[in-house]
Design a protein around this ligand. Structure first.
Ligand SMILES: Nc1ncnc2c1ncn2[C@@H]1O[C@H](COP(=O)(O)OP(=O)(O)O)[C@@H](O)[C@H]1O
Ligand SMILES: Cc1cn([C@H]2C[C@H](O)[C@@H](COP(=O)(O)OP(=O)(O)O)O2)c(=O)[nH]c1=O
Length: 212
């Protein structure tokens, strides 16, 4: 049986990540792997309900962080852990780095509290003494102005997408800080390139880790 693989995709809104998750899923399927394509917040019926609240209802930063982690716990227990136990490839559009980047750096919420919640939520039976983390995080790094340009007119903005560029600059700085702190887990993609170049860079990053 193959070993389970857990990949997450991160970046500010409009960075272009969602456009590439499906292409990568197909590459894994072509290589004979079973793929679970999922997203956060969301990925289970309960977590999708929490997503709708988190993205649309006004709330304070602690409530927002708790909803993100509540959704994550359900998602881990119901979808991600069973998939990894089966040996599947899990491709997750955002994971905990998004909580640090958006709630922590973007909203200015206490990073130590987020770390405590992360410990509670990502402690799983399969990993005694360790936390569940992605094996690889594909980080789409794009200047804030380019991401805003891509989003303009593309869809109706939610509570996050309607934030000012200064918010997204803090979120982007948050991703950069996390990537610098854990360089072995992050693959930085230059998301300002055209789609074909971005796709090639994503595939190369995954191949260089021996996952494909
Ligand atoms: N490399 C790219 N160049 C130009 N536009 C892009 C590129 N990648 C995605 N887009 C467009 O930018 C918008 C946001 O892309 P999306 O994949 O939804 O971003 P995200 O999931 O990171 O928010 C979409 O309209 C998409 O078609
Ligand atoms: C997972 C997660 C997402 N978010 C935000 C980032 C995005 O603005 C939003 C939804 O993410 P996403 O699914 O990437 O949005 P879209 O499909 O519209 O591109 O939720 C957080 O603030 N914290 C989190 O922990």
């Amino acid at each position: 049986m193959s070993q389970g693989v857990f990949l997450s995709f991160e970046g500010i809104d409009g960075a272009g990540k969602s456009s590439h998750v499906e292409a990568l899923a197909q590459a894994f399927r072509d290589a004979g792997r079973a793929v679970v394509l999922t997203r956060e917040p969301g990925g289970t019926p309960l977590a999708e309900q929490l997503r709708a609240l988190a993205l649309n209802a006004p709330m304070d930063p602690l409530t927002e962080a708790l909803l993100m982690f509540a959704a994550r716990r359900d998602h881990l227990q119901s979808v991600i852990e069973p998939a990894l136990a089966r040996g599947d490839v899990v491709l997750c559009d955002r994971f905990t780095d998004a909580t640090f980047a958006y709630q922590g750096y973007g909203r200015g919420f206490d990073l130590a509290v987020l770390e405590a919640l992360e410990r509670w939520v990502q402690t799983v039976d399969a990993l005694p003494g360790a936390l569940r983390q992605p094996d690889l995080t594909i980080w789409f790094d794009v200047p804030v102005a380019i991401a805003a340009q891509r989003l303009a007119g593309a869809r109706v903005p939610d509570r996050f997408e309607s934030q000012p560029q200064a918010f997204f600059q803090r979120v982007a700085d948050g991703y950069a800080a996390r990537a610098a702190a854990q360089p072995q887990r992050f693959a930085r993609i230059d998301g300002a390139q055209d789609r074909d170049a971005v796709r090639a860079q994503v595939l190369a990053a995954v191949r260089s880790k021996g996952m494909l």
